[in-house]
Ligand binder design. Structure first.
Ligand code: GLU
Length: 374
């Protein structure tokens, strides 16, 4: 099955983790940037399309600015990222140039993808770069990202990019060999899992929560990112990026790393965007009848099925739909603000047809704007 996917994947999103590219004490690890740039440029020459998502700005900035330890405050992290990003892209620029490959820098915030127009715009920019045979190198725009507009970690950002560009394969290069049956640092019996057909709760719980200071994500964010990509039909390969030659050899069929298969049913892009890119501004708790109508009968959400409204949102915002146990099972774009929904919840459509602010739509969330979470 790996053979059916890896050699044939044309459009690759490759995420490179901080620890591979930079060390706090020494700054950028130029030898690693150079080796990986060479390997990736060759993949490109072999007719693959490549989009890189590269971390490493903060750690490179620590070395450049001579900071004594990993910055703890947001402004200092942002300053380090901004100083480090120019080093990082400069290193890529010269290493890729040596390998005869053009690159381009793209810095994104969550807001760039949370607005559908900007999302489509970013897609056009990236696909145009690919048509021009350029490798885009993306990082979060850390210098201006505060909590509300941050992706938070590059595993999540890269998974969103895999969706954005409709990748055939999402590759996460880090300093671990892949997913193991147990924690290999503590258990010598642990074995590498070659492929994962389903991301079970066991896998999620077993993901090691430990996280190095060099990067924002640990195994947990990698599994979450693989899950996100999977919902859009994109398989994820988790691979050690420190082993020379491993990336090209695994892509031509050798064993190595862990491949997470994608699920057959692919969410359409707009629904994936509603479900996984947008951040919900509020929650609607639904009665069991409405839950069944939405999950099994493909219906829209009507006011009568809503039991409780939580949070403050405006018409057009994304909200989560919860069942009576508080489990989130869908996300959608609401037609009304939280105040209006609070006034019409639990009521029948005929009763409220003439009330102010409610006559434009019958449904609170139209099924076209509703994405079921799987
Ligand atoms: N954007 C951060 C950087 O370039 C890294 C975030 C992460 O490690 O996930 O340093």
């Amino acid at each position: 099955m790996r053979d059916l996917i890896l050699p044939h994947a044309k459009r690759l999103v490759i995420k490179i983790g901080s620890s591979i590219l930079a060390a706090r004490s020494a700054g950028l690890r130029l030898d690693h940037v150079q080796r990986l740039s060479g390997e990736i440029a060759r993949l490109k020459q072999e007719n693959r399309e490549i989009i890189l998502v590269s971390s490493g700005a903060i750690v490179a900035g620590i070395g450049k600015l001579g900071l004594k330890s990993y910055p703890q405050t947001l402004p200092l992290k942002q300053a380090a990222a901004s100083a480090g990003q120019s080093c990082l892209i400069h290193a890529y620029e010269s290493c890729f140039q040596e390998a005869g490959q053009q690159i381009a820098q793209v810095l994104l915030t969550h807001e760039d993808l949370a607005d559908r127009k900007r999302f489509l715009n970013a897609r056009h920019t990236l696909t145009t770069l690919l048509q021009l045979e350029v490798i885009p190198i993306i990082n979060e725009n850390d210098a201006v990202s505060v909590d509300e507009i941050r992706f938070g970690d590059n595993d999540t950002l890269a998974a969103q990019v895999a969706h954005l560009v409709d990748a055939d394969l999402f590759i996460i290069l880090s300093d671990v060999d892949g997913l193991f049956t147990r924690d290999p640092r503590r258990d010598p019996e642990a074995t590498l899992i070659s492929h994962v057909t389903e991301i079970t709760p066991d896998i999620e719980e077993g993901a090691n929560t430990s996280q190095s200071q060099e990067s924002r994500g640990g195994m947990v964010t990698k599994i979450q990112a693989a899950k996100l990509a999977r919902q859009f039909g994109v398989p994820t390969l988790l691979l050690n990026g420190e082993t020379p030659g491993l990336l090209p050899s695994v892509l031509t069929g050798s064993e190595g790393g862990t491949l997470f298969f994608s699920q057959g049913r692919k969410l359409p892009s707009r629904k994936h965007w509603i479900a996984y890119t947008l951040r919900p501004k509020g929650q609607l708790v639904l009665d069991p009848g409405a839950v069944t109508a939405l999950t099994s009968r493909g219906k829209s959400l009507l006011p009568s099925g809503i039991v409780e409204v939580k949070g403050t949102f405006a018409a057009g915002d994304a909200v989560s739909c919860l069942d009576a146990d508080g489990k989130e099972f869908a996300k959608g774009l609401v037609n009304f603000s939280s105040d209006v929904v609070a006034g019409i919840k639990g009521r029948r459509t005929q009763e409220i047809a003439h009330e102010a602010g409610t006559h434009e739509y019958e449904e609170v969330i139209h099924r076209d704007n509703l994405a079921l979470l799987v």
